[in-house]
Design a protein around this ligand. Structure first.
Ligand SMILES: [Fe+2]
Ligand SMILES: [Fe+2]
Length: 279
């Protein structure tokens, strides 16, 4: 394959009860139908509340099954629970072996590696990091064995949470620790990927579009397909809009396009819950 076209969607937050999110997903589906990439990746928060409701996972899977393109998935905190961090308060729902199993039984593997157009693609479950679950240790072993066989190919890494804000040594702050891959897992990942030719890290989770390069690695934050968070609830870091990301990989190079599907609406979290926006 001389080129490989990948569409990254993220933070679809699908469940049976929020029509504006399903409507936005349908607009994205129409765009995918029109553009027909080789693969669609949903980088997490696939479901509205999959960690508490298997029905949300099943509902989301059904909508993805209707796409005319194969899909891969990665778990988000709304699918399996959130990471414990060293500095922030404990999340209300931690990932468990059961929540990880439920994700896999509905959406398939929560980590994967494949090759296309001369590239190696790796997807990781970023939410089990720091949990101490067996699955966390297994994933690091799995990753080490796969990185040993990359054989010089450029590598694209995808995971739900961005690795860091601007630089690997950014200090963790209690208020934003759950926004990024927590320490010490972040350090371990960066060391492991330092042994291969990492070129791209694609993530979701923040519901803001961002694209920057740190030491030859491009970091792309995919926006949510579904909704944005109001400024009084979340600082502005990148661009607050709903949308998706399209990649075109060729041996030794890649292009990124930041896209909004025709008809996609900037649903605001307050609108979703029928709340008056804060003045
Ligand atoms: Fe999300
Ligand atoms: Fe998330």
């Amino acid at each position: 394959m001389a080129q490989f076209r990948l569409t990254q969607i993220s933070d679809t937050h699908l469940g049976n009860h929020f029509k504006p999110l399903t409507d936005n997903f349908h607009r994205v589906s129409e765009h995918i139908d029109a553009t027909r990439p080789d693969l669609v990746l949903n980088s997490g928060d696939v479901s509205f509340d999959g960690s508490a409701s298997r029905d949300d996972l099943v509902f989301a899977k059904k909508l993805h099954n209707a796409l005319p393109v194969d899909c891969l998935y990665l778990p988000g905190n709304h699918d399996i629970g959130d990471n414990p961090t060293a500095v922030g308060p404990a999340p209300t729902q931690l990932p468990t072996e059961e929540s990880c199993k439920a994700f896999r039984s509905v959406l398939g593997e929560d980590r994967w590696r494949f090759e296309a157009a001369g590239w190696c693609f790796i997807g990781l479950n970023s939410l089990i990091m720091n949990t101490g679950l067996d699955r966390e240790a297994e994933q690091f072993d799995w990753l080490a064995s796969h990185l040993d066989t990359v054989l010089g190919k450029p590598v694209a890494l995808f995971l739900h949470k961005p690795l860091f804000l601007d630089a690997p040594y950014d200090p963790e702050r209690a208020e934003t620790a759950i926004r990024f891959v927590p320490q010490p897992s972040r350090r371990r990942l960066i060391e492991m990927f330092g042994k291969v030719d990492l070129r791209l890290v694609g993530s979701g989770h923040v519901h803001q579009r961002r694209d920057y390069t740190f030491e030859h690695v491009r970091h792309v934050w995919a926006p949510s397909t579904g909704f944005i968070l109001p400024d009084e609830k979340q600082e502005v870091i990148g661009i607050k809009e709903t949308g998706l990301v399209e990649y075109r990989f060729q041996p030794d190079s890649f292009e990124v396009r930041h896209v909004r599907a025709p008809g996609q609406v900037n649903v605001d979290l307050d609108m979703l819950f029928g709340r008056e926006p804060a003045k």
